[in-house]
Design a protein around this ligand. Structure first.
Ligand code: NAD
Ligand code: UDP
Length: 351
């Protein structure tokens, strides 16, 4: 990993971009939160499309391991950076900014709620100001959490949500709602090109083992032979989207014409209760773990399923990976990672 944690200087780290000044310049995409779960898959997909990719991340929930395999590419650059601070001036001009920086798991976004709110407000403003300077298109990662504990089902983009502004989830739910407002007003006033994606529960390889979200928890617990922790009675529902499908939708949205404006839901409408998800993980892992109940967190949404009519029509997008298949891929990846970690542990620790 050259350059990743050293103080940087654009003359050293962007020679490839400078070299292209005389000829055709590849498009430069900045991905904030690029070392995170979704962000790392997005960086990979953008590199495959021939972009120069600049990953900006403060590594608060992201990991070098998620992007290590990309570091050898001369088209990939990592800048350790907290978006609550202004984006450094001496970076190349960004054609596109994918703003994915923000902790997404309730455990992590509630660990420092003020920081989460600042990331959604000041962080987004910094991204927008940079986009205005560079003339970049912005794709803002919003969330189904802006619908809160929804009173309508499934949730379409015109539904305005039911959110507790002072609850434990508010820093994130209200933060992301404010971010949508800020992005929309900023784009109206400055003319920057803006896309907003409302992401529903997404899962897949590279979620942290201690991420705290339900799929990673169940998979880690099942593989370790530990109890699967179902919060409440497990009757609450979610609709889980495999990460490759989600990234495909994000790329389509970013490339969509200007008349595709306003937020777009992306998610898999295959709805399942949390208890059913626990049983499915047990079946697919062949684990003998038990299912146990734990208290339901405050303000936990009872149900969630995306209405994706808009994405289907405007982006010609639909999720292709069924939950079973995505879970098998996820379980395999977690099992591989667990095996690698065990092998690389010093003998005195693993004994
Ligand atoms: P993640 O925690 O794996 O990734 C977030 C990344 O952002 C991490 O690499 C983290 O280090 C980085 N980050 C956090 N705060 C930062 C800051 N202030 N400055 C710079 N970097 C910062 O989470 P994820 O699941 O990959 O989510 C990525 C984005 O997608 C988030 O914006 C989240 O709100 C959105 N989203 C995710 C889901 C989902 O189900 N995974 C659902 C809805 C929305
Ligand atoms: N959940 C659970 N066990 C866990 C983690 C989460 O039963 O170990 C539940 C949680 O209460 C919620 C659902 O699973 O009802 C999805 O939780 P997650 O944190 O993954 O996403 P979000 O609540 O943000 O949709």
């Amino acid at each position: 990993m050259h350059m990743s944690f050293q103080s940087f200087d654009s003359h050293n780290i962007f020679p490839h971009i400078r070299e292209q000044r005389g000829g055709r310049r590849e498009r430069v995409a900045a991905v904030t939160g690029g070392a995170g779960f979704i962000g790392s898959h997005l960086c990979e997909a953008l590199l495959k499309k021939g972009r120069q990719v600049v990953c900006l991340d403060d590594f608060s929930t992201g990991a070098v391991a998620n992007i290590r395999h990309l570091a050898a590419s001369p088209a990939f650059t990592i800048i350790p950076h907290d978006i609550v601070d202004a984006i450094p001036d001496d970076l190349p001009r960004f054609d596109e900014i994918y703003n994915f920086a923000c902790p997404a798991s309730p455990v992590h976004y509630q660990a420092d709620r003020v920081k989460t709110a600042k990331t959604c407000a000041l962080g987004v403003l910094n991204v927008l100001e940079r986009a205005e300077r560079d003339g970049s298109t912005v794709l803002q990662a919003s969330t189904s959490e802006i619908y809160g504990d929804p009173e309508v089902h499934p949730q379409a983009e015109h539904y305005r949500g039911c959110v507790n502004p002072v609850g434990p989830r508010a820093c994130y739910d209200e933060g992301k709602r404010f971010a949508e407002t800020l992005c929309t007003d900023f784009a109206a006033q400055t003319g920057i090109a803006l896309k907003i994606v409302r992401i529903f529960n997404t899962y897949g390889p590279r979620m942290r083992a201690d991420d705290g979200r339900v799929i990673s928890n169940f998979v880690v617990q099942a593989l370790a032979g530990e109890d699967l922790t179902v919060y409440g009675d497990g009757a609450q529902t979610r609709s889980f989207c495999y990460v490759d499908d989600l990234v495909d939708g994000c790329l389509r949205l970013a490339a969509s014409p200007p008349d595709v404006s306003g937020p777009v839901n992306l998610g898999n409408p295959e709805e399942i209760t949390v208890l059913e998800a626990a049983k499915l993980v047990l079946e697919l892992t062949g684990s003998g773990s038990r299912i146990v109940q734990r208290p339901l967190p405050e303000d936990d949404p009872r149900r969630r399923r995306p209405d994706i009519a808009r994405a289907r029509a405007a982006l010609k997008w639909r999720p292709k990976v069924p939950l079973r298949e995505g879970l098998v891929r996820t379980i395999e990846s977690f099992a591989r990672r667990a095996a690698e970690t065990a092998v690389s542990m010093p003998a005195r620790l693993s004994a």
